[in-house]
Ligand binder design. Structure first.
Ligand SMILES: NC(=O)c1ccc[n+]([C@@H]2O[C@H](COP(=O)([O-])OP(=O)(O)OC[C@H]3O[C@@H](n4cnc5c(N)ncnc54)[C@H](O)[C@@H]3O)[C@@H](O)[C@H]2O)c1
Ligand SMILES: [Zn+2]
Ligand SMILES: [Zn+2]
Length: 367
């Protein structure tokens, strides 16, 4: 099988041939159809964070594919089932966090594409219990970005406890942000979208944002304050300065939700303002399997739209450069079975969970 591998931090990923892995006990073998490129994969490949992954590493935690083999003792998955491989590859299942509904805080967790090999490969093995079934009617191309970008922002905004009419700022309308705008809107918020690229702000408007702020052209804090400030500020741009701008944009009772993970990160915020204004500062890491089931259900109900463009795995380094350039509209997704590689049968379904030929740009709300 082909896999994209990080062999040295900051070096281009290498496309290598590897044997198809065997599923161990409690694991399944998955033939990947697609895998999204999250900015976290770029941080992993650059070794940006204090806890660096062990190399060589196959990144990828927005994988969607078909269960092809069951390891010994697997009874919770079936052959042919379509599943997602999210960031939470495995948790212990019995610590206080696992049993009280906060499994993403488990101290024994293994993370897909970080502490264990992920889904930038034609096949991957994964825990049978921690992969998440993708409902029929949600295309694989849509399911991939939902599995991290959707899951993470849905969970982060749940933690914000938005009340209808509250003003919710989404700082960074990229892969995560384009879904965050929609969840904030669904939860009843009046959405303010902040980015430095006009195309991303155009998309945010289409997806329900009421105020657009181009932080490259105007002081975002002044622009937001002029409209009354924010009750919730969700930070999805990996820059400490953006966290500080988000904090300063909050009005009394505001919640700062920290999600982006800058390589070097400390933010300077006023303790006095935090106290006097009664501000909450909340960190949020991905979401649980139940959160992802809810994300898929919302999409199946036609409530969300995924904006993604496909690339081949061999283009992985170019794709990373594209994301870093800021020119990707929302999400790039690696397609392991591009149209050219498939037999052309007019009018026929290409594969489970996909309708019609793979499109360059999908803005569907269901398949
Ligand atoms: N906490 C978690 O669970 C979690 C999960 C997934 C990703 N992340 C992190 O979230 C971050 C975003 O990931 P992504 O995949 O959406 O990245 P992305 O590159 O697709 O999006 C980032 C967006 O921020 C915008 N931006 C850049 N500078 C800005 C500025 N000064 N002001 C406003 N906007 C600005 C960019 O134009 C882009 O639209 C990354 O740091 C990633 O590692 C965290
Ligand atoms: Zn991610
Ligand atoms: Zn645990």
């Amino acid at each position: 099988m082909k896999a994209a591998v990080v062999t040295a931090f900051g070096a281009p990923l290498e496309i290598v041939e590897r044997p198809i892995p065997e599923p161990g006990a409690s694991q399944v073998l998955i033939r990947l159809q697609v895998c999204g490129l999250c900015h976290t994969d770029i941080h992993a490949a650059h070794g940006d964070w204090p806890a660096q992954p062990t190399l060589p590493l196959v990144p990828g935690h927005e994988g969607v594919g078909i269960v092809e083999k069951l390891g010994v003792g697997v009874t919770d998955r079936t052959l042919g089932e379509r599943v997602a491989i999210p960031w939470l590859g495995k948790a212990c299942g019995h610590c206080r966090y696992c049993v009280d509904g906060r499994e993403t805080l488990c101290e024994q967790q293994l993370d897909s594409g970080y502490s264990i090999d992920g889904a930038f490969a034609e096949y991957a093995v994964a825990s049978s219990t921690y992969v998440v079934p993708v409902p029929d009617g949600v295309s694989s191309l849509d399911a991939a970005p939902l599995s991290c970008a959707g899951l993470t922002t849905y969970k982060a905004l749940k933690l914000a406890h938005i009340e209808p009419t509250e003003r919710v700022g989404i700082f960074g309308v990229g892969g995560l942000g384009h879904l965050a705008v929609q969840y904030a809107h669904i939860m009843g918020g009046v959405v303010v979208a902040i980015d430095i690229e006009e195309t991303k702000l155009d998309l945010a408007r289409e997806l329900g944002a009421a105020q657009l702020v181009n932080a490259a052209q105007t002081d975002p804090v002044a622009a937001i304050e002029a409209e009354g400030g924010l009750d919730v500020a969700l930070v999805l741009a990996a820059s400490p300065r953006v966290f500080e701008q988000a904090f300063t944009s909050l009005r009394r009772g505001g919640r700062l939700i920290c999600v982006a993970l800058p390589p070097k990160g400390t933010m300077a915020i006023s303790i006095f303002d935090t106290v006097i204004k009664g501000i909450s500062i909340i960190g949020s890491i991905v979401g649980t399997r139940q959160d992802l089931a809810e994300v898929f259900a919302l999409h199946l109900a036609g409530r969300t739209r995924v904006v993604a463009e496909t690339r081949e795995l061999g283009q992985v380094n170019d794709a990373i450069a594209e994301v870093l350039s800021g020119k990707v509209t929302a999400r790039l997704v690696f397609d392991f079975q591009p149209a050219a590689a498939l037999p052309v049968v007019p009018g026929a379904e290409l594969e489970i969970g996909r309708t019609g030929a793979p499109e360059l740009l999908t803005t569907s709300n269901h398949s």
